[in-house]
Design a protein around this ligand. Structure first.
Ligand code: PMP
Length: 349
Protein backbone atom coordinates (compact mmCIF):
# COMPACT_ATOMS: atom_id res chain seq x y z
CA UNK A 1 0.00 0.00 0.00
CA UNK A 2 1.31 3.43 -0.85
CA UNK A 3 1.51 5.68 2.17
CA UNK A 4 1.38 9.41 1.52
CA UNK A 5 1.84 11.43 4.69
CA UNK A 6 0.89 14.67 2.93
CA UNK A 7 -2.43 13.15 1.96
CA UNK A 8 -3.04 11.98 5.51
CA UNK A 9 -2.22 15.33 7.13
CA UNK A 10 -5.03 17.85 7.64
CA UNK A 11 -4.27 20.55 5.05
CA UNK A 12 -4.23 23.51 7.44
CA UNK A 13 -1.58 21.81 9.59
CA UNK A 14 0.77 21.64 6.62
CA UNK A 15 0.41 25.45 6.39
CA UNK A 16 0.51 26.11 10.13
CA UNK A 17 3.24 28.24 11.66
CA UNK A 18 4.09 26.69 15.03
CA UNK A 19 4.67 28.74 18.18
CA UNK A 20 8.24 29.87 18.31
CA UNK A 21 10.32 31.63 20.93
CA UNK A 22 13.56 33.62 20.77
CA UNK A 23 15.30 30.60 22.22
CA UNK A 24 14.58 28.60 19.09
CA UNK A 25 17.03 31.03 17.45
CA UNK A 26 19.48 31.44 20.34
CA UNK A 27 20.20 27.98 21.76
CA UNK A 28 23.24 28.91 23.88
CA UNK A 29 23.13 28.39 27.65
CA UNK A 30 24.99 31.60 28.56
CA UNK A 31 23.36 34.98 28.04
CA UNK A 32 21.08 37.64 29.43
CA UNK A 33 17.62 36.21 28.96
CA UNK A 34 15.07 39.00 28.81
CA UNK A 35 12.84 37.39 26.19
CA UNK A 36 10.28 35.25 28.04
CA UNK A 37 8.95 37.34 30.92
CA UNK A 38 10.39 34.98 33.52
CA UNK A 39 11.35 35.84 37.07
CA UNK A 40 15.12 36.55 37.09
CA UNK A 41 15.50 36.15 40.88
CA UNK A 42 14.84 32.41 41.07
CA UNK A 43 12.00 30.09 42.04
CA UNK A 44 9.71 30.20 45.01
CA UNK A 45 10.65 26.56 45.67
CA UNK A 46 14.09 25.08 46.18
CA UNK A 47 15.39 23.89 42.82
CA UNK A 48 15.82 26.04 39.77
CA UNK A 49 12.53 26.38 37.92
CA UNK A 50 12.29 30.05 37.02
CA UNK A 51 13.27 29.45 33.38
CA UNK A 52 11.04 27.68 30.85
CA UNK A 53 12.14 24.10 30.14
CA UNK A 54 13.60 22.75 26.90
CA UNK A 55 10.52 22.49 24.63
CA UNK A 56 12.03 19.61 22.66
CA UNK A 57 13.54 17.71 25.62
CA UNK A 58 16.88 17.15 23.86
CA UNK A 59 18.78 15.57 26.78
CA UNK A 60 15.92 13.24 27.62
CA UNK A 61 15.50 12.15 24.02
CA UNK A 62 19.21 11.39 23.69
CA UNK A 63 18.99 9.04 26.66
CA UNK A 64 15.75 7.42 25.52
CA UNK A 65 17.34 7.02 22.10
CA UNK A 66 20.21 4.99 23.58
CA UNK A 67 17.92 2.82 25.68
CA UNK A 68 15.33 2.18 22.99
CA UNK A 69 17.71 2.12 20.03
CA UNK A 70 15.61 4.65 18.12
CA UNK A 71 17.17 7.85 16.71
CA UNK A 72 16.32 10.93 18.82
CA UNK A 73 14.62 12.66 15.87
CA UNK A 74 12.19 9.74 15.69
CA UNK A 75 11.03 10.24 19.29
CA UNK A 76 8.15 12.40 20.50
CA UNK A 77 7.61 12.93 24.21
CA UNK A 78 4.14 13.72 25.44
CA UNK A 79 2.44 14.59 28.71
CA UNK A 80 1.55 10.93 29.02
CA UNK A 81 0.86 8.83 25.94
CA UNK A 82 -2.63 10.25 26.30
CA UNK A 83 -1.29 13.53 24.89
CA UNK A 84 0.17 11.72 21.87
CA UNK A 85 -3.18 10.01 21.22
CA UNK A 86 -4.95 13.37 21.23
CA UNK A 87 -2.34 15.10 19.04
CA UNK A 88 -2.48 12.31 16.46
CA UNK A 89 -6.20 12.83 16.06
CA UNK A 90 -5.80 16.59 15.80
CA UNK A 91 -3.05 16.22 13.19
CA UNK A 92 -4.69 13.68 10.91
CA UNK A 93 -8.47 13.53 11.42
CA UNK A 94 -10.82 16.22 10.14
CA UNK A 95 -13.61 16.77 12.69
CA UNK A 96 -17.00 15.65 11.45
CA UNK A 97 -15.47 13.92 8.42
CA UNK A 98 -12.77 11.41 9.25
CA UNK A 99 -12.81 8.23 11.27
CA UNK A 100 -10.48 6.04 13.29
CA UNK A 101 -10.74 2.28 13.82
CA UNK A 102 -10.53 0.92 17.34
CA UNK A 103 -10.64 -2.74 18.35
CA UNK A 104 -12.83 -3.27 21.43
CA UNK A 105 -12.38 -4.23 24.15
CA UNK A 106 -9.47 -1.80 24.29
CA UNK A 107 -7.99 1.24 26.01
CA UNK A 108 -10.66 3.87 26.64
CA UNK A 109 -8.79 7.04 25.68
CA UNK A 110 -8.83 6.34 21.93
CA UNK A 111 -12.59 6.69 22.07
CA UNK A 112 -12.63 9.63 24.50
CA UNK A 113 -10.09 11.58 22.42
CA UNK A 114 -12.00 10.85 19.22
CA UNK A 115 -15.25 12.04 20.83
CA UNK A 116 -13.64 15.25 22.09
CA UNK A 117 -12.29 15.95 18.61
CA UNK A 118 -15.56 15.05 16.83
CA UNK A 119 -14.01 12.12 14.99
CA UNK A 120 -16.14 9.14 14.04
CA UNK A 121 -15.27 5.84 15.71
CA UNK A 122 -15.38 2.69 13.68
CA UNK A 123 -15.33 -0.41 15.91
CA UNK A 124 -14.13 -3.86 14.91
CA UNK A 125 -14.36 -6.15 17.94
CA UNK A 126 -11.57 -8.54 18.80
CA UNK A 127 -12.35 -12.24 18.51
CA UNK A 128 -13.67 -14.21 21.52
CA UNK A 129 -10.08 -14.93 22.55
CA UNK A 130 -9.14 -11.25 22.19
CA UNK A 131 -7.18 -11.64 18.98
CA UNK A 132 -7.12 -9.17 16.08
CA UNK A 133 -9.29 -9.91 13.05
CA UNK A 134 -7.10 -8.39 10.32
CA UNK A 135 -9.46 -9.14 7.42
CA UNK A 136 -12.45 -7.62 9.19
CA UNK A 137 -10.34 -4.62 10.22
CA UNK A 138 -9.14 -3.97 6.68
CA UNK A 139 -12.68 -4.40 5.36
CA UNK A 140 -13.86 -1.71 7.78
CA UNK A 141 -11.47 0.84 6.28
CA UNK A 142 -13.04 3.52 4.06
CA UNK A 143 -11.62 6.57 2.31
CA UNK A 144 -11.92 8.67 5.46
CA UNK A 145 -10.23 6.19 7.81
CA UNK A 146 -7.05 7.84 9.06
CA UNK A 147 -5.79 5.85 12.04
CA UNK A 148 -6.08 2.26 13.32
CA UNK A 149 -5.27 1.84 17.03
CA UNK A 150 -3.85 -1.56 18.05
CA UNK A 151 -3.09 -2.12 21.73
CA UNK A 152 -0.65 -4.96 22.45
CA UNK A 153 -0.47 -6.23 25.14
CA UNK A 154 -4.09 -5.19 25.19
CA UNK A 155 -5.85 -3.33 27.97
CA UNK A 156 -8.15 -4.74 29.45
CA UNK A 157 -7.62 -8.32 28.21
CA UNK A 158 -3.86 -8.49 28.89
CA UNK A 159 -2.96 -10.69 25.93
CA UNK A 160 -0.62 -9.74 23.13
CA UNK A 161 -1.67 -9.59 19.48
CA UNK A 162 -0.15 -11.98 16.94
CA UNK A 163 2.74 -10.27 15.18
CA UNK A 164 1.68 -11.50 11.74
CA UNK A 165 -1.78 -9.96 12.26
CA UNK A 166 -0.23 -6.59 13.10
CA UNK A 167 1.99 -6.79 10.00
CA UNK A 168 -1.01 -7.64 7.86
CA UNK A 169 -2.82 -4.52 9.07
CA UNK A 170 0.21 -2.23 8.63
CA UNK A 171 0.78 -3.59 5.14
CA UNK A 172 -2.88 -3.51 4.10
CA UNK A 173 -3.73 0.03 5.25
CA UNK A 174 -2.55 3.29 3.69
CA UNK A 175 -3.24 5.37 6.80
CA UNK A 176 -1.44 5.43 10.13
CA UNK A 177 -1.23 2.31 12.33
CA UNK A 178 -0.61 3.02 16.02
CA UNK A 179 0.75 0.11 18.05
CA UNK A 180 0.26 1.01 21.72
CA UNK A 181 2.89 -0.86 23.74
CA UNK A 182 2.15 0.67 27.16
CA UNK A 183 2.56 -2.79 28.75
CA UNK A 184 5.38 -4.19 26.62
CA UNK A 185 7.94 -4.20 29.45
CA UNK A 186 5.92 -6.94 31.16
CA UNK A 187 6.03 -9.20 28.10
CA UNK A 188 8.87 -10.95 26.31
CA UNK A 189 7.72 -9.48 23.02
CA UNK A 190 10.17 -7.51 20.83
CA UNK A 191 8.96 -3.94 20.30
CA UNK A 192 7.57 -2.82 16.96
CA UNK A 193 10.08 0.05 17.16
CA UNK A 194 12.37 -2.42 15.36
CA UNK A 195 10.04 -2.17 12.36
CA UNK A 196 9.94 1.63 12.03
CA UNK A 197 12.46 1.72 9.20
CA UNK A 198 10.33 -0.74 7.20
CA UNK A 199 6.98 1.01 7.60
CA UNK A 200 6.49 4.78 7.21
CA UNK A 201 2.85 4.40 8.38
CA UNK A 202 3.76 2.87 11.75
CA UNK A 203 3.77 4.73 15.07
CA UNK A 204 4.65 2.94 18.31
CA UNK A 205 3.64 4.31 21.72
CA UNK A 206 5.19 3.47 25.06
CA UNK A 207 4.95 5.08 28.50
CA UNK A 208 6.86 5.68 31.72
CA UNK A 209 3.63 5.17 33.69
CA UNK A 210 3.77 1.39 34.10
CA UNK A 211 7.08 -0.53 34.35
CA UNK A 212 9.08 2.61 35.19
CA UNK A 213 6.73 3.53 38.01
CA UNK A 214 6.39 7.21 37.01
CA UNK A 215 2.66 7.57 36.35
CA UNK A 216 2.41 10.83 38.33
CA UNK A 217 5.07 12.53 36.19
CA UNK A 218 2.99 12.06 33.00
CA UNK A 219 5.46 11.01 30.38
CA UNK A 220 4.68 9.05 27.25
CA UNK A 221 6.67 8.33 24.11
CA UNK A 222 5.76 8.02 20.45
CA UNK A 223 8.23 6.55 17.98
CA UNK A 224 7.72 7.06 14.24
CA UNK A 225 9.28 8.48 11.07
CA UNK A 226 11.11 11.81 11.33
CA UNK A 227 8.28 13.42 9.32
CA UNK A 228 5.51 12.23 11.65
CA UNK A 229 7.49 13.27 14.74
CA UNK A 230 7.99 16.74 13.21
CA UNK A 231 4.22 17.09 12.84
CA UNK A 232 3.60 16.14 16.48
CA UNK A 233 6.27 18.59 17.63
CA UNK A 234 4.72 21.32 15.49
CA UNK A 235 1.28 21.06 17.09
CA UNK A 236 2.11 20.21 20.71
CA UNK A 237 1.84 22.88 23.42
CA UNK A 238 5.33 24.46 23.52
CA UNK A 239 6.34 23.43 27.05
CA UNK A 240 4.41 20.17 27.37
CA UNK A 241 6.98 18.44 29.61
CA UNK A 242 7.88 20.28 32.80
CA UNK A 243 11.48 20.95 33.80
CA UNK A 244 11.00 18.92 36.98
CA UNK A 245 9.81 15.93 34.96
CA UNK A 246 12.65 16.16 32.46
CA UNK A 247 15.24 16.31 35.25
CA UNK A 248 13.70 13.53 37.31
CA UNK A 249 13.37 11.13 34.41
CA UNK A 250 16.90 11.83 33.15
CA UNK A 251 18.07 10.65 36.54
CA UNK A 252 15.77 7.60 36.58
CA UNK A 253 17.11 6.48 33.22
CA UNK A 254 20.56 6.04 34.72
CA UNK A 255 19.26 2.99 36.54
CA UNK A 256 17.37 0.81 34.11
CA UNK A 257 18.30 -2.20 36.28
CA UNK A 258 15.95 -0.87 38.98
CA UNK A 259 13.12 -0.85 36.47
CA UNK A 260 13.98 -4.43 35.51
CA UNK A 261 13.97 -5.50 39.17
CA UNK A 262 10.55 -3.95 39.69
CA UNK A 263 9.23 -5.68 36.57
CA UNK A 264 10.55 -9.02 37.88
CA UNK A 265 8.88 -8.39 41.24
CA UNK A 266 5.59 -7.57 39.50
CA UNK A 267 5.81 -10.75 37.40
CA UNK A 268 6.46 -12.80 40.54
CA UNK A 269 3.49 -11.21 42.26
CA UNK A 270 1.40 -11.80 39.16
CA UNK A 271 2.14 -15.53 39.44
CA UNK A 272 1.27 -15.46 43.13
CA UNK A 273 -2.03 -13.71 42.48
CA UNK A 274 -2.80 -16.03 39.59
CA UNK A 275 -2.14 -19.08 41.78
CA UNK A 276 -4.43 -17.84 44.54
CA UNK A 277 -7.25 -16.77 42.20
CA UNK A 278 -7.09 -20.04 40.24
CA UNK A 279 -7.92 -21.96 43.40
CA UNK A 280 -10.77 -19.67 44.37
CA UNK A 281 -14.34 -20.88 44.12
CA UNK A 282 -16.42 -18.42 42.10
CA UNK A 283 -13.55 -17.50 39.80
CA UNK A 284 -14.66 -18.85 36.43
CA UNK A 285 -11.76 -17.84 34.25
CA UNK A 286 -8.52 -15.89 34.29
CA UNK A 287 -7.51 -14.67 30.87
CA UNK A 288 -3.87 -15.22 29.84
CA UNK A 289 -1.92 -12.02 30.40
CA UNK A 290 1.32 -10.37 29.27
CA UNK A 291 0.69 -7.23 31.30
CA UNK A 292 0.68 -6.15 34.95
CA UNK A 293 -2.99 -6.95 35.43
CA UNK A 294 -5.38 -9.87 35.20
CA UNK A 295 -8.80 -9.98 33.60
CA UNK A 296 -10.78 -12.25 35.87
CA UNK A 297 -14.25 -13.62 35.21
CA UNK A 298 -16.21 -14.17 38.43
CA UNK A 299 -19.72 -15.35 39.22
CA UNK A 300 -21.09 -11.85 39.94
CA UNK A 301 -18.73 -9.05 38.93
CA UNK A 302 -20.71 -5.96 39.96
CA UNK A 303 -21.51 -7.41 43.38
CA UNK A 304 -17.89 -8.52 43.86
CA UNK A 305 -16.70 -5.05 42.85
CA UNK A 306 -19.04 -3.36 45.33
CA UNK A 307 -18.03 -5.74 48.08
CA UNK A 308 -14.34 -5.09 47.41
CA UNK A 309 -14.90 -1.31 47.43
CA UNK A 310 -16.70 -1.72 50.75
CA UNK A 311 -13.48 -3.32 51.99
CA UNK A 312 -11.37 -0.56 50.49
CA UNK A 313 -9.93 -2.77 47.78
CA UNK A 314 -10.38 -1.02 44.46
CA UNK A 315 -10.35 -2.96 41.18
CA UNK A 316 -11.90 -2.12 37.81
CA UNK A 317 -15.33 -3.47 36.97
CA UNK A 318 -15.23 -4.31 33.25
CA UNK A 319 -18.41 -6.39 33.24
CA UNK A 320 -20.27 -3.95 30.96
CA UNK A 321 -17.45 -3.93 28.41
CA UNK A 322 -17.88 -6.00 25.27
CA UNK A 323 -16.46 -9.57 25.54
CA UNK A 324 -15.70 -8.93 29.23
CA UNK A 325 -19.00 -10.08 30.73
CA UNK A 326 -18.64 -10.62 34.51
CA UNK A 327 -14.99 -9.59 34.42
CA UNK A 328 -12.93 -7.59 36.87
CA UNK A 329 -9.61 -6.11 35.84
CA UNK A 330 -7.19 -6.48 38.72
CA UNK A 331 -3.81 -4.74 38.77
CA UNK A 332 -0.93 -6.66 40.32
CA UNK A 333 -0.03 -5.06 43.66
CA UNK A 334 2.54 -5.67 46.38
CA UNK A 335 2.30 -8.92 48.37
CA UNK A 336 0.32 -7.14 51.12
CA UNK A 337 -2.06 -5.58 48.63
CA UNK A 338 -2.53 -8.83 46.75
CA UNK A 339 -3.26 -10.63 50.03
CA UNK A 340 -5.87 -8.00 50.92
CA UNK A 341 -7.54 -8.55 47.54
CA UNK A 342 -7.36 -12.34 47.83
CA UNK A 343 -8.78 -12.30 51.35
CA UNK A 344 -11.66 -9.96 50.51
CA UNK A 345 -12.56 -11.67 47.24
CA UNK A 346 -12.49 -15.17 48.71
CA UNK A 347 -14.73 -13.94 51.50
CA UNK A 348 -17.25 -12.70 48.98
CA UNK A 349 -17.21 -15.50 46.39
N1 PMP B 1 -2.16 3.09 26.60
C1 PMP B 1 -2.69 2.13 27.36
C2 PMP B 1 -2.99 0.83 26.74
C3 PMP B 1 -2.94 2.35 28.70
O1 PMP B 1 -3.51 1.39 29.44
C4 PMP B 1 -2.63 3.62 29.26
C5 PMP B 1 -2.87 3.98 30.70
N2 PMP B 1 -3.68 3.21 31.44
C6 PMP B 1 -2.10 4.58 28.41
C7 PMP B 1 -1.85 4.29 27.10
C8 PMP B 1 -1.81 5.98 28.88
O2 PMP B 1 -0.62 6.08 29.52
P1 PMP B 1 -0.01 7.45 30.00
O3 PMP B 1 -0.01 7.38 31.48
O4 PMP B 1 1.35 7.47 29.39
O5 PMP B 1 -0.89 8.56 29.50
Amino acid sequence: MAFDLNKLLRPHIAQLKPYSSARDEYTGKEGVFLDANENPFGSITSGSYNRYPDPYQHALKEKISTIKQVPAEQIFIGNGSDEAIDLLMRAFCRPGKDNIIILPPTYGMYEVSADINDITINRVNLSEDFQLRPNAILEAVNENTKIIFICSPNNPSGNKAKRQDIFKIIEGFDGLVVVDEAYIDFSDEPSFTNELSNYPNLLVMQTFSKAWGLAALRLGMAFASVEIIKILNKIKPPYNISGLTQETVLEALDDTSKMQRMVNDILEERDYLLGALTKMEGVQRIHPTHANFLLVEVSAAKEAYDYLIGNRVIVRDRSKVILCDQCLRISVGTREENDRLIQALSHFL
